[in-house]
Design a protein. Structure first.
Length: 349
């Protein structure tokens, strides 16, 4: 079988996970120069921002990955939005904010024909998706320019679906992973498995390469994933405190504190389960809230609370995304983090 490194065009079978809101092309390039596949999260970028970032990545001459969400935008539910605002109203009053002035807006956009048009100008070598795959016609466009397509699976059933529908490799995302769960065939969180339970089952079920993601923070974790049949590893949390990341000082401080030992899946920030460090709003409204509007509509009402609290130095309403294992999260250059992880690929003495 062709090695994952060869398929990706990298020195290492290591992917720096795309992390929307805490990174741009700088982190992707730093990881890429050290031998990993750098990734650019695109769901929160405007068309002009995406164009600017792609120009930087393309000029580097390095292989790179661009990542998009594939969710179906929900139909706004007035009753649910009202219930959400009622739940958050005491916080608005506490911070002296007007809840009637909450801006509308989805906060996250799925892969679209417009995005495909823009990408076709740059022809990124790797394209990854979260929450399934785009419509067949859009996926065919990416394949036409030669993109190697990745997508996340959180169950064996999802992995088989992705293989059947055109994914060239599958990211087996364990329950430990930080940020949004990639599930798309079922919302039942009881179906979710830890990385080292999910990984060997996916490897046995599919013929395409499988990339382990979730809970891998150091070379020992990389080594364990490879021993269980992974073709490569994707790492996110360990890069959150990298010099090149745009993670805020408040988020960095939480990641390097005792608080990082307690994470949970919550829908309070976006409307979809995502793992982060437990904070006030997660404790008081969830962590899974029945009132939160569907993804990504919950974001709009939370944003003013987050901004006001952060201005006061508090993270009560901040999504402190983190995996369950933040032990590898250190304030270092991304190249140094990449080289430390790479030791897990070296042959054992």
């Amino acid at each position: 079988m062709t090695s994952l490194s060869t398929l990706l065009g990298t020195a290492l079978p290591l992917i720096q996970a795309p992390m929307a809101g805490v990174q741009g092309s700088a982190l992707a390039l730093a990881a890429g120069r050290a031998g990993a596949l750098g990734s650019l999260p695109c769901a929160m970028l405007s068309a002009q921002q995406l164009r600017d970032e792609l120009a930087v990545l393309a000029a580097s001459g390095l292989p790179y990955n661009v990542n998009f969400f594939c969710h179906t935008p929900p139909v706004p539910d007035a009753a649910r939005e009202a219930a959400w605002r009622t739940a958050l109203a005491p916080y608005y009053a506490e911070l002296g904010l007007d809840i009637a002035s909450v801006p509308a807006g989805p906060g996250r956009t799925p892969f679209s024909a417009e995005a495909a048009d823009l990408l076709a100008e740059f022809k990124p070598p790797v394209l990854s998706f979260h929450f399934g795959l785009p419509a067949p016609a859009l996926l065919a466009r990416a394949k036409a320019w030669g993109a190697f397509v990745l997508s996340s699976a959180t169950t064996v059933r999802e992995a088989l679906w992705l293989e059947e529908h055109g994914a060239d490799a599958i990211i087996a995302q364990g329950l430990e992973a930080g940020g949004h769960r990639g599930h798309f065939l079922s919302d039942d969180l009881s179906e979710q498995l830890g990385t080292f339970a999910l990984l060997p089952q996916v490897v046995a079920a599919v013929r395409v390469p499988v990339i382990a993601a979730g809970g891998v923070a150091d070379a020992a974790g990389v080594r364990a994933a490879m021993a269980l049949g992974a073709a490569g590893v994707q790492v996110g949390t360990a890069y959150l405190c990298a010099d090149e990341a745009t993670t805020t000082p408040l988020h960095r401080a939480a990641l390097q504190s005792e608080a990082a030992r307690h994470t949970a899946l919550t829908n309070c920030f976006t409307g979809r389960p995502a793992r982060g460090i437990v904070n006030r709003v997660m404790r008081e409204q969830g962590p899974i809230s029945a009132a939160a509007p569907a993804f990504p509509l919950a974001t709009a009402a939370m944003a003013p609370l987050r901004a006001a609290a952060e201005k006061a130095g508090r993270t009560d309403f901040t999504p402190l995304w983190s995996g369950q294992n933040a032990s590898g999260c250190r304030p270092l250059p991304a190249a140094e983090i990449t080289r430390a992880l790479a030791q897990g690929f070296a042959p054992s003495a």
